[in-house]
Structure formats: C-alpha cells, structure tokens
Write a protein that binds this ligand. Structure first.
Ligand code: AMP
Length: 212
C-alpha cells in the first residue's frame, strides 16, 4: 500500500486485513512501538521520525526481515508504509524471492497535498487497536471504537512543519518505486480523495480481478 502521508493507507489496509485475513506489516507502527517502549532503536530513530525523514535502509531491512522470520509467514501479507524507496523495494523482492513468493499487487492511493493537510490536522490514532479517526470527518464514537478514549493520540509527526518534509521525502524517495512496480505490471493507482467506502470498493474490485 503506497501513498503520501495521510493518503489513507492505514485505514484501507485495516479493512483489507479484516476481510481477506491478511497480516499487516506497518513499518511506521513498528517504529512507533520501539519509541513507546524506549528501546535503543527507539532512541535512535525518534528525531529522524519527528523530522519526517526516512529511517535508514539498514534499520528497515533488519526490522522487516526480523518480522518476517519471527512468524515464518511469507504470504497473505500487506505492507503499509514499506517499501519507501527503491533500495527497500529491491530488498523486499529479494527477501520473499528466496521463499518462492512474489508481490501480487501494489496499490497507490493518490491524494493532493491540501486534502492531506486537512486530514492530518484532525487525525487521531488509537494506540491500543491501531484504528485511525479524524476528529472533523470521521470521529471516534461508541459504535466504531471500543477502546478507552485515553488511547487516542495525535502522532508527534502530524504537524505542518514535519508534514512538509514527509511530503518532500515521499516525492523524492518513494515516487520512483511506482515506476519500478509499473514496469512489472503490478501497479494500481487509486483516487484516494474519494469517500473511504468507495475507495475500498475499488480496491476490492482490483483484488477480485487479480484473483480470477
Ligand atoms: P508512517 O506511519 O508510515 O507515516 O511512517 C512514519 C515515519 O516512520 C516516517 O516518516 C519515517 O520516518 C518512518 N518510516 C516508516 N516506514 C519507513 C520505511 N519503510 N523506511 C524508512 N522510514 C520509515
């Protein structure tokens, strides 16, 4: 699942996990957990994440291979926020190729910067269940969110200054991956500015077309 910050990667991948029984690997979530748990890796990466730059490929490749190996699961995976540059995309291919697996589909959520700024300024993430809300457009309620309100947090990198850099990083480092996947006929571009449910319908349609 690719897309700039605030494109809806977390929300849409959450839907897919439930409906297709997938296992999600969100590198942003894994990194934030390291920071919350105050591990030595967490201390190393905090300022990088707060600045909106990318954590080094070495750290990311170790983190991904550790997660894949830990569960010995190399299929029915969905990656959210990874790969973020060409190096990582190639490394991911290598890691799964040795297990005889391949990527079946790359979804790119396309959104413009103004939409993202609005979305991110109201974003609230549940530190307990990982669900993502927006206090203006899709607030947490008793029916859509079961955890205590105390778990709702605003990400420290969800501010306008960091957002500029996160956008910049996306255009410079992550966009070239689209071409890499396009050449392999894996890329599906999706209008990420449509309604959440309509985006999800489109994604389901793409997956159905792959399965048949
Ligand atoms: P995200 O939750 O995907 O928006 O990621 C939040 C931050 O974590 C990013 O701005 C980066 O600093 C870092 N990060 C997440 N995934 C990666 C990755 N694949 N490579 C490098 N840095 C990452």
């Amino acid at each position: 699942m690719l897309g700039p910050p605030g494109a809806g990667k977390g929300t849409q991948s959450h839907n897919l996990v439930n409906d297709y029984n997938l296992r999600k690997i969100s590198t942003g979530e894994l990194l934030r957990k390291e920071i919350t748990n105050k591990t030595s890796l967490g201390n190393q990466i905090r300022s990088i994440m707060d600045s909106g730059s990318l954590v080094s490929d070495k750290i990311m490749n170790d983190l991904i291979s550790k997660n894949l190996l830990k569960n010995e699961i190399y299929e029915k995976l969905i990656f959210d926020g990874y790969p973020r540059n060409l190096n990582q995309a190639i490394e991911l291919d290598n890691m799964i190729k040795v297990k005889g697996k391949k990527i079946s589909c790359v979804l790119s959520l396309e959104v413009d910067k103004n939409t993202v700024i609005k979305r991110i300024s109201g974003r609230q993430t549940c530190a307990n269940c990982g669900l993502i809300f927006n206090k203006y457009f899709s607030p947490p309620t008793d029916s859509n969110h079961k955890c205590d309100k105390k778990f709702l947090i605003k990400r420290s990198d969800d501010n306008e200054t960091t957002l500029e850099n996160r956008f910049d990083t996306y255009y410079k480092k992550t966009l070239p991956i689209l071409n890499y996947y396009k050449k392999q006929n894996l890329l599906h571009k999706i209008n990420g500015m449509a309604e959440i449910n309509d985006i999800y319908k489109e994604i389901r349609g793409i997956i159905a077309s792959i399965e048949t």
